[in-house]
Design a protein around this ligand. Structure first.
Ligand code: FMN
Length: 456
């Protein structure tokens, strides 16, 4: 719980200069470093035998613009071409369903044998453009492309209707979404066991179509993340009090995938992980065991840390860190100025939210072996000054790579602008208006309503 009244007071972005922002950061007593040395952002970095050309990454952003067979559509190509022309060394492709039953939208990307050729085209097109851009910007290494594979779990949609495939009845989330016990299903142990193999097959297919690596998604309330908090799942080898059980599904997928790949080290296995979701115990992950706590639950990183240790022992060397479940309390994952239609302004200063992401990422980084590289997120709120903050973070070794989500939709050239000018063009920045999230919520093609004429 946060008791500092300045932290709980919402305020919109009103900083005209970097100095204004710096003054606010001090006033709030936050640890957001600022630097003018952008050279650090141009340094390459090794992760799991891979060299990532620079310290900027595109975060995964579901676009809901695939064809009905799950293959990339015209707007999917457009989005990735725009990202590829921007200059980030790492492009993390959006949540892609492992099968039809677990899509979050009929137009969510889904990888299958039938559409693998189309994915191959998307990957090679993106790679060609991205490498050309990196070369023009003077980077020597090639881009790295990762696919996020997901099961939407309680956020699955079938035939256009919500069909929650839950790990357990999470009372907090069920109540917040008006779900009754009769909606959808609680996934069985047998189904989970078969899904492990499907996930592995899809990861191998991702390799075949040309991705450099795969993200076994463990964040934002989707199936794997929900299993991590499934303490009240009864009579199951995948739930209950022990973390061994709750992490079994996730770790089994990685173990089986490693085994299939044998000694082949030319494919990166990674994950995007929510360290903390704010959901009070017993329904949350990364939260303290305090009964009857209300949102936001107190933070306890011991289980996320233990999980990262196990991933390390399985050979994982790159982790993309996030927090929250954006379907529940979106400001935890993406601090904003304006909520989605019908949403509330949080009782939190957005800079406090940015600071939470920065602080938790850095706390984790300090406690894990140096050869795991960490990607951070939640920087779009910082608008034209984001370059100064991420330069400060990398200087102080609080994170290794900085990923941007909403900014990439608003202004995919942000990496170029940071590398060349140090700041992002003020007239092109994301204004955190939540319109992209609103498009996602209603199931439309996702893009930036404020800056991209395609979506206006
Ligand atoms: C419209 C939209 C779609 C998103 N889709 C995904 C996704 O597919 N996978 C994922 O891990 N996160 C997804 N996110 C979260 C972003 O990757 C990112 O963590 C979040 O927006 C905070 O970063 P930012 O401040 O740079 O936007 C999405 C966010 C938005 C707004």
């Amino acid at each position: 719980m946060n008791s500092n009244p300045k932290h709980t007071q919402f305020e919109s972005f009103k900083y005209k200069t970097l100095r204004d922002l710096e003054i606010k950061v001090h006033e709030l007593g936050l640890e957001i470093p600022i630097s003018n040395d952008f050279e650090v952002l141009k340094q390459n970095i090794n992760a799991d035998n891979w060299i990532i050309p620079n310290r900027l990454s595109i975060q995964p952003m579901e676009g809901f613009d695939s064809n009905l067979n799950g293959s990339p559509g015209v707007l999917t190509y457009r989005r990735y071409e725009r990202y590829a022309k921007g200059g980030a060394g790492l492009i993390w492709f959006e949540a892609t369903a492992i099968n039809k039953d677990c899509q979050s939208n009929p137009h969510q990307l889904m990888l299958s044998m039938e559409n693998s050729k189309e994915f191959e085209d998307l990957v090679s097109n993106t790679r060609e453009i991205c490498n050309r851009t990196l070369n023009e910007l003077g980077f020597k290494q090639k881009c790295v492309l990762i696919l996020q594979l997901n099961h939407s779990g309680r956020y699955s949609v079938r035939e256009g209707k919500k069909f929650p495939i839950r790990a357990y009845h999470n009372s907090e989330l069920d109540n917040s979404r008006g779900l009754s016990v009769k909606d959808g299903i609680i996934i069985t142990d047998n189904d989970l066991e078969s899904l492990e193999d499907i996930w592995v097959q899809k990861a191998l297919l991702a390799k075949e179509v040309g991705f450099d690596g795969v993200d076994i998604k463990s964040c934002h309330g989707y199936l794997i993340h929900e299993l991590l908090s499934s303490r009240v799942r009864v009579n199951s080898i995948y739930g209950g009090e022990s973390l061994d059980n709750r992490a079994k599904f996730f770790l089994n997928i990685i173990y089986k995938l490693k085994k299939e790949l044998a000694n082949n080290t030319d494919f990166l296995i990674t994950t995007r992980m929510s360290l903390y979701d704010g959901i009070p115990y017993p329904n949350g992950f990364g939260v303290k065991n305090i009964v009857n706590e209300v949102f936001p639950a107190s933070i306890d990183l011991s289980e996320p840390l233990e999980l990262i240790k196990r991933l390390y022992n399985l050979g994982m060397r790159l982790i993309n860190i996030t927090v929250g479940n954006p379907h529940y309390k979106p400001h935890i994952t993406r601090p904003f100025d304006i909520p989605t239609k019908g949403g509330n302004l949080p009782n939190e200063h957005p800079l406090y939210g940015v600071n939470r992401l920065i602080r938790l990422t850095s706390l984790i980084k300090q406690q894990i072996p140096e050869d795991i590289k960490i990607i951070g997120s939640g920087y779009s709120y910082l608008r034209q000054f984001a370059g100064n903050i991420i330069a400060g973070l990398i200087h102080e070794n609080k994170v290794d790579i900085c990923g941007f989500g909403r900014m990439a939709l608003a202004n995919p050239n942000f990496p170029k602008q940071i590398f060349q000018e140090g700041f992002i063009d003020k007239k092109q920045v994301c204004i955190t208006c939540s319109k992209c999230s609103e498009l996602m919520k209603i199931g439309n093609n996702v893009g930036c309503v404020s800056r991209d004429p395609q979506y206006q």
